[in-house]
Write a new protein. Structure first.
Length: 158
């Protein structure tokens, strides 16, 4: 029973890419470096990176599994509640203005309150999203589209 359990355990822990890398490394041990690089079209630097991980991992295929590429430390968007409330207020007050045009107003507010001002690229629209330019008239009122105002777009039958 333990052999079956171990076989299942190792079967799902090794990826197909890791098995391919292990086969390439075994081929290199048997036939040499230049032949391997030419046969498998693997770059020299990549090959030696795999070999380093292979040896450090005790020459088991699991050592060649891909690691997570996510950053270890992610930036946290921690802004004061006053700044977030001001961004929301500006967004709802001026739904047709983008983040770059709202930035001077927000910057002025942050200078008055002596707060750090976020750059325009970090402004996110509040939820629920305010009406966009296509949904608001020039006067700022919501547009109402009725069936009567729509033109017939179907081709006429002849």
């Amino acid at each position: 029973m333990t052999l079956y359990r171990d076989a299942l355990r190792y079967r799902y822990m090794v990826t197909q890419k890791a098995l391919r890398k292990a086969k390439i490394l075994a081929f290199a041990e048997k036939y040499g470096l230049e032949t391997t690089l030419e046969a498998f079209e693997v770059k020299r630097r990549t090959f030696f990176d795999w070999k380093r991980r292979w040896v450090a991992g005790g020459k088991i295929p699991e050592a060649l599994n891909a690691k997570s590429r996510a950053p270890r430390v992610k930036r946290k968007r921690l802004w004061p509640d006053e700044v977030i409330a001001e961004i929301k207020r500006l967004r709802f007050a001026h739904p047709n203005l983008g983040k770059e045009k709202l930035y001077p107003e927000l910057h002025r507010f942050c200078l008055e309150k002596q707060l750090h001002c976020p750059q325009p690229k970090t402004h996110r629209p509040p939820h629920p999203r305010p009406r966009g330019p296509a949904d608001v008239s020039i006067e700022g009122f919501p547009l109402r589209r009725s069936q009567a105002n729509r033109e017939e777009t179907y081709p006429e039958e002849t």
